[in-house]
Design a protein around this ligand. Structure first.
Ligand SMILES: [Zn+2]
Length: 482
């Protein structure tokens, strides 16, 4: 049964509540690109799916980057000298600029002010700020909160550590009949931000649950990684696996009330681009297809020219385009159960296309076969001429060995799910035969693109496979922190 059909047999509201509940559980954790927040997050995903954690040590060169020091934080506040806390990390983890170096000092407001960040246009919201690659410290607070600070001395404390450690990421690999892979990637490095981060994590986790144990055409690799440096690190350590990625999706911002946006891969006409556009065109919600641009989420790394993978990005609201983006207003109220469930549904439908798209040959190409005597000129709903028959005729006519089911779906304007079901029925009735070995991908029948694998990748391959062996993986999987 298709994933979509299976999902549609369940109550969307209940699925949405479960997704929202999972995001709510993850919400309070102070995540960053490294550190215990990431480990705790991965451990909670591990409670639901088989996830292997990997750690790369600080200082590891990854292409043009270096794995940074590991950051952890226990507490932070601004208080009146000897008085009560006015800005308190325990109330909201966005209050501390992510990756702030430790500080404990008393200083006048004038000295503190350059370290304070607010959003004057939204005076009650707390901004989300980071300083990963420049050692600095700061506090983020509501603009109104800052205006209320009186002149005088303040005690400032950030109880953090920034020292050699590891970058941590998680992988869930679901083997299919082919070693060719579908990549689902989401960043897991933002602290209490719901749409930009947790919505993608929740939908990806549930999609992995849905795929688990199924007879799959492709192998699926789910990555839960820190943004940018995580994707770069994964690609640097897994050049060989990257070469097996045939289709991929970056998932983020999939819980807000807006319609869908799909950003195409750099190739622009990859099967994933067509599958996503087709599914969104039939999903019943508003949807817009965006051309590739070299800025955004981790598709930037997967689509860098040395890899040029067929990886697009599925979002509802586009990063940076909604006022709540990177603020405390991107909270659990901003993501909605039904929107989360709708996003999971779209992902399932896209996977259905990838899993079932292939070419067939009509076994009666000379004129229409007589459907009536095979009891196929009748719709299940009783109509003699209905959409089901129309769909069968489309599949029969275009199953000429040239057109894939996705080609037929696009050309007919009929949903892929209906086209795929018709093909199955026609096969059962001896009217259609799948082309052996065909994967429906047209020009993509061969390997994606010969990648120019940098020399360093080869050297690292053995280490990577060593990490993947179960025994080694256990010893490298996650230490108590420092
Ligand atoms: Zn972000």
């Amino acid at each position: 049964m298709s994933l979509l059909k299976e999902l549609d047999q369940r109550d969307a509201a209940t699925i949405g509540e479960e997704l929202h509940h999972f995001a709510s559980d993850l919400y309070p954790i102070c995540r960053s690109i490294t550190g215990d927040g990431m480990r705790r997050t991965l451990a909670m995903i591990q409670d639901r799916i088989t996830l292997q954690m990997f750690e790369e040590p600080t200082g590891t060169p990854v292409f043009d980057w270096t794995v940074p020091k590991e950051w952890n934080i226990r507490d932070a506040y601004i208080a009146r000298s000897g008085g009560k806390r006015l800005v308190d990390f325990q109330q909201c983890n966005l209050h501390v600029m992510n990756y702030s170096v430790p500080v404990h000092a008393t200083m006048p407001l004038g000295e503190l002010r350059p370290h304070l960040f607010t959003i004057p246009e939204h005076p009650d919201w707390i901004p989300y700020r980071t300083s990963y690659y420049k050692e600095d410290w700061g506090f983020c607070l509501a603009h109104n909160q800052m205006l209320a600070l009186e002149d005088g001395n303040y005690e400032v404390r950030i109880d953090s550590t920034l020292k050699d450690g590891h970058l941590t990421y998680g992988e869930c690999y679901l083997p299919g009949r082919s070693t060719d892979e579908v990549l689902i990637s989401c960043h897991a490095c933002h602290p209490s931000l719901a749409n930009d981060n947790l919505s993608g994590l929740a939908v990806a986790t549930f999609l992995a649950q849905l795929l688990f144990g199924r007879d799959l055409r492709y192998s699926y690799r789910f990555l839960f990684i820190p943004g940018t440096i995580g994707a770069i690190t994964w690609l640097a350590r897994n050049c060989e696996a990257a070469g097996r990625i045939r289709h991929g999706l970056v998932l983020t911002c999939v819980g807000d009330p807006d319609g869908f946006h799909y950003k195409k891969s750099r190739r622009g006409n990859a099967e994933i681009d067509r599958a996503a556009a087709h599914v969104l065109g039939h999903c019943g919600e508003s949807a817009e297809i965006l051309e590739f641009s070299p800025y955004g989420y981790d598709e930037r790394q997967y689509c860098s020219p040395g890899f040029n993978l067929a990886v697009g990005c599925l979002m509802r609201s586009v990063w940076g385009s909604f006022p709540e983006y990177h603020t405390s207003a991107d909270n659990l109220d901003f993501i909605r159960p039904l929107q989360l469930a709708g996003s999971l549904r779209v992902c399932a439908a896209i996977v259905d296309v990838l899993e079932n798209n292939r070419r067939y040959c009509s076994l009666n190409p000379c004129c229409e076969p007589q459907l009536g005597r095979r009891n196929l000129y009748r719709s299940t709903d009783g109509d003699t001429i209905g959409r089901e028959i129309n769909t069968r005729l489309w599949v029969l006519n275009f199953s000429d060995g040239e057109h894939s089911l996705l080609d037929i779906a696009e050309r007919s304007g009929l949903p892929f799910s209906a086209i795929s079901e018709a093909a199955e029925l026609l096969c059962e009735n001896g009217l259609l035969a799948a082309i052996p070995g065909d994967d429906g991908g047209g020009e993509q029948l061969g390997r994606p693109i010969a990648m120019r694998v940098p020399h360093t990748c080869h050297a690292e391959r053995n280490e990577v496979s060593a990490v993947r062996s179960p025994a080694k993986a256990d010893s490298s999987s996650l230490p108590s922190s420092e």
